[in-house]
Design a protein around this ligand. Structure first.
Ligand SMILES: Cc1cc2nc3c(=O)[nH]c(=O)nc-3n(C[C@H](O)[C@H](O)[C@H](O)COP(=O)(O)OP(=O)(O)OC[C@H]3O[C@@H](n4cnc5c(N)ncnc54)[C@H](O)[C@@H]3O)c2cc1C
Length: 271
């Protein structure tokens, strides 16, 4: 076995220099790195000594240092806003020990199909700050879809919008500790009369993520009774790969049913 060197940078410029050759892997929580193995990696750059573990929650924005763990994020936001979409999505994720390890930066970089983090970030218009081969701030969509932004670059911070909302998050799991086959995340402004500022995203389909903009347009501003006349499948024909949870066709049907249940909940109906 080849020797694997570990590096422990103490400041961001040293980390950027180490990462920018694209041959060394940043190590945050290590939960995905250990799964993928170390083939093709010439070194590991431990990020634990870098100043990336702080968070600021403001009424209009949230700043998350890349080394903040899921548990840290939940604790910081829950105090002010227990219904916040990041609290709703992360509090049932993985398991307690894992939520103490999985980091914001590692999760965005790894982006597994079962991510409980990416859906809320897409709805909150997240931006990712990078150093290394690429330096600058990029939308989360660009970071996830442009391979060139990822190799040789380090995520230092994630910043998001914040706005008054209620959050709902569905995890399609078979047991409590299962990896979700997909997730559906919704934010909305509670209003007993009309659908107001409903935003919907699904993560885990064939194209990795899907923002249901046509369905949002069909709902927003309309009376909640309008839901009776909406067939979610008309707006939600997204494709899924076959997974251990079931065939792609089955997962598509399950996603449509669960989305309808979530919308019924928003409309104040018994789902
Ligand atoms: C059993 C199990 C169950 C899980 N269940 C869930 C779940 O239900 N929901 C969920 O959301 N997640 C879940 N996860 C976590 C998920 O699968 C990933 O392991 C996790 O998101 C990776 O985060 P990390 O901090 O451990 O990253 P690491 O393993 O440290 O890194 C992941 C990748 O990103 C790179 N990287 C790390 N940090 C950075 C950075 N700052 N900038 C750029 N690149 C970086 C690494 O080199 C590596 O390629 C689960 C994990 C396990 C092991």
């Amino acid at each position: 076995m080849e020797q694997l060197n570990w590096y422990y940078p103490e400041d961001l410029s040293e980390a950027a220099r180490l990462i920018s050759d694209g041959k060394k892997a940043p190590h945050s929580g290590g939960t995905a790195l250990i799964r993928r193995g170390f083939r093709g990696i010439q070194g590991i750059v431990d990020l634990s000594r870098l100043p990336m573990g702080d968070m600021q929650v403001r009424s209009e924005s949230i700043e998350i240092g890349a080394m903040c763990t899921y548990d840290h994020i939940i604790r910081e936001i829950r105090v002010a806003d227990p219904g916040h979409v990041l609290v709703q999505s992360l509090m049932h994720s993985a398991s307690t020990p894992l939520r103490n390890r999985i980091t914001a930066g590692g999760s965005v970089a790894a982006f597994p199909a079962w991510s409980d983090f990416i859906g809320p970030l897409l709805l909150l218009n997240a931006k990712v700050a990078l150093i290394g081969r690429e330096t600058g701030t990029y939308s989360i969509q660009d970071y996830l879809t442009q391979r060139g932004l990822r190799a040789g670059s380090l995520i230092t911070r994630i910043s998001t919008d914040n706005y008054p909302h209620s959050g709902l998050h569905h995890r399609e799991i078979r047991t409590q500790v299962d990896y979700p086959a997909f997730t559906i995340t919704i934010t909305f402004t509670p209003n007993p009369e009309v659908f107001q500022d409903v935003r919907i995203v699904l993560v885990g389909n064939k194209e990795r993520f899907y923002r249901a903009e046509k369905l949002e347009d069909a709902l927003n501003g309309n009376p909640v009774s309008h839901l009776d006349s909406i067939e979610t499948k008309d707006f939600f024909q997204i494709e899924f790969a076959n997974r251990k949870h079931g065939s792609g066709e089955y997962l598509q049907h399950v996603a449509q049913v669960n989305l309808k249940r979530m919308l019924m909940k928003i409309a104040g109906e018994k789902a």
